[in-house]
Design a binder for this molecule. Structure first.
Ligand code: AMP
Ligand code: ZN
Length: 459
């Protein structure tokens, strides 16, 4: 079955055709590791994981690269403000050295990879670090200088956007709006408001990388151009990121790669919409960021968060609320329990055209989930397990684990749980809450589902 994907570059849904038969080369903009990622960032990586699984379902061998940004990303995506890694050094009282930056990056890269594992997101083949690729960045800047696309100023080397007429082609952005919003005052030597930094000269007191241009840092956008080229070549098939990358970061990646090497950077550009809170996009800088760790403290299983994300199409904004997340968790556990008869005697998987067509149509995960519930009603458990190759909810293992844990609850805790139920029936919520705390103290937790409370070991 053919696969249709929405391509931001053309503004259309298109049939996916790889450059090389049977293979897909994909690049995903990865996190800036100056802090813990928040669950909004993780929505971007659940999306990427579903995309990868979909490609594999369609028989492709996938070669995937996700960068780790540990240098050069300023607080504004348009090259203004403080370096985010420097900000982290300050926050954590580490020395202002390249070694200090490396240590911060190590901590948050490890935490990021742990988050990926908890969400059952498979690690890409390559996760290169920006700070390990300064040589490749320098080569790219040299190429741009040689070809007349770059110029020197007192604070760094800039890309001359007026030399690249196609600038702005991704998502057809409004360049006039971009120009009006750009901060020219940051450097009066900039030829055009939207010119961006390729290499920034470091202040003498700050750590820097040596380069033929002088000590400094690569501009944030450079790493993705340099590392994608190194690991999967140019052009490659698919490039992803959140929609916030469309107006600046991805325009800049395209401009510098295509100007330097004369071929397109990537053929399909896919962007996930944001996880939003009432004030807007969830963002570390907005102070409204929630981490996976916080979810776990509130008794939300990471895979229930994955279920919650899959309930929305990746191109629709998803409004965050605790109550919606709690009901997603109820549905997830209900699904795990409903599948228990299928664990011992699964019938063979049957092909299901509703699932196939949902998969083929721009990753329609809400439709796949709806179909899964119909299959559960029809007791076609094996087909559900098969569909989980795309959803990645780990339902077979988690269902087994849940049943085992529920079976291993001590009598005393079971008794408390029954008492709690009785208190709830009497609408004595004070009492039922007290018992919940007692259950927690005993190392267990009780979660209410549509099919009654579940007691299991605390996460
Ligand atoms: P950053 O570390 O800021 O470069 O972000 C890492 C990834 O998360 C990028 O692909 C962003 O586009 C994406 N992202 C950031 N905030 C959100 C959000 N609230 N919802 C979904 N994706 C996001
Ligand atoms: Zn990028």
């Amino acid at each position: 079955m053919s696969l249709t994907l929405y391509n931001t570059l053309t503004g259309k849904k298109e049939e996916f055709k790889p450059l090389e038969a049977g293979k897909v080369r994909m690049y995903n903009c990865g996190p800036t590791v100056y802090n813990y990622v928040h669950i909004g960032n993780l929505r971007a990586y659940v999306f990427v994981d579903v995309l990868r699984r979909t490609l594999e379902w369609n028989g492709y061998k996938v070669m995937q690269v996700m960068n780790i940004t540990d240098v050069g990303h300023l607080t504004s995506d348009a090259d203004a403000g403080e370096d985010k890694m420097m900000r982290a050094l300050k926050r954590e009282g580490k020395p202002f050295t390249l070694q200090g930056m490396r240590e911060i990056a190590d901590i948050y890269t490890k935490a990021f990879k742990d988050n990926l594992r908890m969400l059952n997101i498979r690690e890409p083949e390559y996760m290169p670090r920006a700070s390990d690729h300064i040589t490749e960045d320098i080569e790219l800047v040299q190429e741009l200088l040689k070809k007349g696309f770059a110029y020197n100023t007192a604070d760094g080397i800039y890309f001359d956007t007026s030399k690249f007429p196609e600038y702005g082609k991704l998502g057809n952005i409004n360049l006039e709006g971009q120009k009006a919003g750009a901060r020219v005052e940051t450097n009066p030597e900039k030829k055009n408001a939207i010119d961006f930094t390729l290499w920034k000269f470091a202040k003498p007191e700050l750590p820097a990388f040596p380069s033929p241009f002088g000590p400094g840092f690569p501009g944030w956008h450079l790493e993705c151009s340099a590392m994608s080229r190194k690991y999967i070549g140019q052009p490659f098939d698919i490039h992803t990121g959140g929609v916030d990358h469309i107006p600046t970061h991805h325009q800049n990646e395209i401009a510098q790669s295509e100007a330097a090497y004369g071929t397109v950077l990537a053929r399909y550009w896919l962007h996930n919409e944001h996880l939003v809170v009432p004030a807007g996009k969830m963002a570390k800088s907005e102070g409204n960021a929630i981490t996976l760790h916080t979810l776990r403290e509130r008794g939300i299983h990471p895979l229930a968060y994955r279920y919650y994300v899959l309930q929305a199409h990746y191109r629709s904004p998803l409004n965050f609320s605790w109550s919606a997340l709690e009901s997603a968790q109820k549905s997830y556990f209900k699904l795990l329990l409903s599948l228990s008869p299928g664990l011992s005697h699964p019938l063979p998987s049957v092909s299901n055209s509703a699932i196939d067509s949902a998969i083929a149509a721009d990753l329609d995960t809400p439709r796949i989930l709806a179909t899964v519930w119909e299959l559960v009603k029809e007791k076609k458990y094996a087909t559900v397990f098969d569909a989980d190759r795309i959803l990645g909810l780990d339902i077979k293992n988690q269902s087994r684990k849940l049943l085992e844990e529920m079976g291993a609850v001590p009598e005393e805790v079971k008794r408390l749980s029954l008492e709690r139920e009785e208190a709830r029936e009497r609408e004595d919520f004070k009492k039922s809450d007290e018992i919940r705390v007692e259950i927690q103290k005993a190392g267990f937790e009780v979660m209410d589902t549509d099919s009654g409370p579940i007691v299991r070991k605390r996460m």
